[in-house]
Design a protein around this ligand. Structure first.
Ligand code: NAD
Length: 380
């Protein structure tokens, strides 16, 4: 079977789904590998490096898709890319499925088996396939690097002959993978770090990476679903959270927001009124900007200045770290595929929870329990 890796076509996407170092694991398992010429350019990988590792090079997307039995991609394919795929192939990528019913239906109409890597269950056996964690960690790291670059202050405490510089104060909202990495990075840069999450279970993790866990008077007993993800809360809850956080954000230099609810718009946690209470020159890195943002006024992909506070809405942090992002993605996606090789044969085993957890479209139908109910809904 042939695994094909196209060049990502989304403008600004520098990652590639497979790097040369992963190829031998695939060829040893019996796969052939074909890479579109230039696919690795954004991650500084030349065609020759793929060839040296045992892959073939396709001159263009047409040739690549003609040969593909399995397609590895980073981003969900555009309709024109799916048009080029053969019927009945397997596609593995980040699918953005909650928001791409059109794509789900197009894949179904071509009998394509579509796996969404963001749906791989967060179980121990699947840890090395966890693309979400790999990419979120990069987001958390780069969030703080970005903030340090924009803040008109030092991060660390410094004692100089001209006086003592007090350390920057960083507040991280949402302590999932990205938030914990943001805490650890800010701590390494010397900031004083505090964090908050609606899931009380994360307090210990927050403390273990060096931040103080901030308590608010909020009812959080029902904050977590069975998968460990945050549940959406009521408008009243978010209002109370905003009221209590207002005083906190007014005392810090940097806020990193990462609060996400799977499949839903991000909750607004920092209102315009709270922005007005913040110190001019402060920086907010809104990692939820792509899903509407945790900050009022955040714009995906842009830096906005409101009341003297910079709100950074970049959505492409993993792509900005394309070398390591591609390395981790490649390892994750290969482990995911190799999990489906049984006795030397590739097989979609519907008895495996990793397979059923991430299989979105199969046999001409949308099969995923979380996606099926959205079929036909407006805007879905
Ligand atoms: P995420 O990106 O879905 O959300 C980010 C964080 O924001 C979460 O911690 C969430 O609780 C928090 N949040 C949501 N609403 C909030 C609000 N109003 N105020 C403050 N915080 C809010 O999270 P993630 O990084 O994908 O992690 C989700 C879950 O998966 C966690 O339980 C995590 O521990 C778990 N996980 C497990 C594994 C594994 O076992 N292999 C790997 C990674 C993550």
């Amino acid at each position: 079977m042939l695994v094909a890796v196209p060049k990502e076509i989304l403008p600004g996407e520098n990652r590639v789904a497979l790097i040369p170092a992963s190829i031998s694991a695939l060829t040893q398992a019996g796969f052939e590998v074909l890479v579109e010429s230039g696919a690795g350019a954004g991650a500084f990988i030349a065609d020759q490096a793929y060839q040296d590792a045992g892959a073939g090079i396709a001159g263009g997307a047409e040739e690549l898709y003609q040969a593909a039995d399995i397609v590895f991609k980073v981003r969900p394919p555009e309709p024109g890319e799916v048009d080029r795929m053969k019927e009945g192939i397997t596609l593995v990528c980040l699918m953005d499925a909650f928001f791409r019913m059109d794509l789900m239906q197009q894949l179904a109409s071509k009998q394509i088996s579509g796996f969404g890597l963001e749906f791989v269950p967060r179980i121990t056996r699947a840890q090395s396939m966890d693309v979400l964690s790999s990419m979120a960690a990069i987001g958390g790291y780069r969030a703080v690097i970005e903030a340090a670059g924009l803040l008109p202050k030092y991060f660390p405490m410094l004692m100089t002959s001209a006086g003592t510089i007090t350390p920057a104060k960083v507040f991280v909202i949402g302590a999932g993978v990205a938030g914990l990495m943001a805490i650890a990075t800010a701590k390494r840069l010397g900031a004083v770090v505090e964090a908050y999450d609606t899931r009380p279970a994360v307090r210990e993790q927050v403390e273990s990476v060096g931040a103080r866990f901030v308590e608010f008077e909020l009812e959080t007993a029902d904050a977590e679903d069975q998968g460990g993800y945050a549940k959406a809360q009521s408008d009243d809850f978010y209002k109370k959270q905003q009221e209590q956080m207002k005083a906190k954000v007014a005392t810090v230099d940097v806020v990193v927001t990462t609060a996400a609810i799977p499949g839903k718009k991000a909750p607004v946690l920092i209102t315009d009124e709270m922005l007005q209470a913040m110190r001019p020159g402060s920086v907010i890195i809104d990692l939820a900007a792509e899903r509407g943002g945790n900050t009022e006024g955040a714009v995906a992909g842009e830096v906005v200045d409101r009341h003297g506070v910079k709100i950074v809405g970049y959505t492409d942090y993993p792509s900005r770290s394309s070398v390591h992002a591609s390395q981790l993605f490649s390892k994750n996606i290969c482990t995911f595929l190799l999990n489906m090789v049984k006795e030397g044969r590739f097989e979609i085993d519907l008895g495996d929870e990793i397979v059923t957890g991430s299989l979105l479209v199969h046999g001409g139908q949308v099969v995923h329990e979380m996606i099926k109910p959205l079929l036909g809904q407006e805007g879905a």
